[in-house]
Design a protein around this ligand. Structure first.
Ligand code: HEC
Ligand code: HEC
Length: 209
């Protein structure tokens, strides 16, 4: 379009200016909290991840998420007694299957912990290295984000796993040692752990650098 009349051109310029100002006003501080909330959520997500990480790497969990061909035991994560080994599918070997000893519930009289389908997590889900050093928080975080490693779980899948998986639930009710003393508990309650997982998942599963 060509506006030959200079006065006409001037009033269009004013209209455009007003339109721009109106648009700018939609970006005013009233709208900014939205953007800020995203930033806070990532921050909250990272803080929540540290809490999740503190549970994942607690002995009750990581004793099954080993990098070796055997499970670990106790708070010092020593090698499992009787030379128990991983075996096919993490279920031990013939004659020494996990299920030979581990039932679907804790057997406190003998000190054998138990939960449904007790077996070792696959090597792709290890959270320690072969020298028993716990992987760093960014490494474990990236591993949980990698669906080719983690049993194809997406965020909601991991949340559900933390909420309902019997082996996860067991860690919060781990029963007694043979001598009658109670196994130690992860640093969060199950409820707190699920809440932290939810915040982390809602924030898009951010990982520290
Ligand atoms: C011969 C019996 C037996 C077999 C087979 C066996 N376990 Fe165990 N397991 C035990 C006993 C007993 C304990 C308790 C030791 C203790 O608390 O001092 C135990 C404890 C554990 C713990 C330690 C829990 C903790 O946080 O301290 C894990 C993990 C574990 N077993 C995994 C496995 C896996 C995985 C398999 C199969 C690959 C397996 N076990 C096979 C008897 C067995
Ligand atoms: C008795 C062994 C055992 C214990 C104890 C255990 N896990 Fe696992 N975990 C497994 C197995 C086996 C799998 C693989 C399940 C599958 O493939 O369906 C797994 C898979 C997972 C996964 C999905 C894999 C991934 O890398 O994203 C998460 C998350 C997980 N476990 C969290 C936990 C947490 C948290 C605890 C403690 C509160 C825990 N586990 C305790 C055996 C165990």
């Amino acid at each position: 379009m060509v506006y030959s009349d200079p006065a006409m051109r001037g009033s269009y310029a004013v209209l455009i200016l007003i339109a721009c100002l109106a648009w700018l006003s939609t970006l005013s501080p009233a709208q900014n909290p939205g953007q800020k909330a995203v930033a806070t959520t990532r921050e909250a997500g990272l803080a929540a991840w540290q809490q999740v990480f503190s549970v994942l790497t607690y002995p009750r969990c990581i004793n099954c998420h080993t990098a070796t061909n055997y499970p670990q035991q106790g708070d010092d994560r020593h090698r499992h007694l009787f030379n128990v080994v991983r075996g096919p599918g993490g279920k031990g070997v013939a004659g020494l299957n996990c299920a030979t000893c581990h039932q679907s519930a804790n057997a406190d009289s003998t000190g054998v912990p138990g939960a449904y389908n007790w077996h070792l997590a696959p090597l792709s889900m290890r959270w320690q290295d072969r020298s028993d050093n716990i992987l760093t928080s960014p490494d474990v975080c990236r591993s949980l984000n990698d669906r080719s490693n983690n049993g194809s779980l997406d965020g909601p899948g991991i949340l559900r796993h933390h909420e309902t998986e019997p082996l996860v639930l067991w860690a919060f009710q781990p029963g007694r040692h043979r001598d009658g003393t109670e196994r130690s508990l992860p640093p969060l309650t199950h409820e707190q752990f699920v809440a932290a997982t939810r915040i982390w998942v809602d924030a898009g599963m951010p990982c520290p650098q």
